[in-house]
Design a protein around this ligand. Structure first.
Ligand SMILES: [Zn+2]
Length: 220
């Protein structure tokens, strides 16, 4: 896989610190499953975070806290088998679906119950509530997504096809890691539908009248 667009440093640090929304963390994990370059950067970012945490802990852990932690270790652990739902492994693994996403997508991308927004544009929401948006977006060749800006950050990972926008061309494995300075209108330039996993940490702001009209219906 030839990846040209990567995660930015701030996003990787937030991922290491565990401060991303669930949807954004999923997009980051999915890109890392494709991209050895960002995996190496994430490993370094984890190491830096770990050193910072250690230096903080050395100063702040009191003796009685340590005793309390040790006494908790002596207690028998809860029976995890009773608490965790049993997951049946999928009978078929679709290579088009990055590993972190497989937990939420049974079967293939084509089998999902896509909801159409307008002709040529459909979406499938990730099954959780939370801050921002987390969904798969499917756009037909030659179509574009509505022009929008963001209150916060937006991550878009290409799973199938490709698109181009003001930033460049994005193909399978590429991630668009955009902040709130950018107004863009991605146009699908592949022969097949373009399917992306997207997440924001705040609602999108559409800049056209049509976008503003459909916004309440789609939850964007
Ligand atoms: Zn990367």
């Amino acid at each position: 896989m030839n990846i040209n667009h990567h995660l930015d440093e701030a996003t990787l640090m937030s991922y290491s610190a565990g401060s991303l929304s669930q949807g954004m963390a999923l997009v980051v994990a999915a890109h890392l499953s494709y991209c050895s370059e960002c995996r190496e950067r994430a490993r370094l970012s984890d190491a830096v975070g770990g050193v910072l945490l250690e230096s903080l802990e050395e100063q702040s852990v009191a003796d009685d806290m340590l005793a309390s932690i040790l006494s908790q270790l002596d207690q028998s652990p809860p029976d995890l088998a009773d608490q965790q739902p049993v997951r049946t492994p999928p009978s078929f693994i679709d290579p088009e679906i990055p590993a972190p996403l497989r937990e939420y997508v049974d079967g293939s991308l084509d089998q999902l119950p896509w909801k159409r927004i307008v002709p040529g544009v459909a979406y499938y929401d990730m099954p959780w509530e939370g801050r921002g948006v987390s969904r798969l977006l499917r756009i037909a060749p030659g179509k574009s997504m509505l022009t929008h800006t963001h209150h916060g950050n937006e991550l878009t990972l290409v799973l199938r096809g490709s698109f181009s926008d003001e930033v460049g061309r994005f193909q399978v494995g590429d991630i668009a890691d955009l902040d709130d300075q950018i107004e863009h209108q991605p146009l699908v330039d592949s022969q097949e539908d373009c399917i992306c996993l997207i997440a924001t940490d705040a609602p999108l702001r559409f800049t056209t009248l049509f976008g503003k009209l459909v916004q309440p219906m789609t939850g964007f």
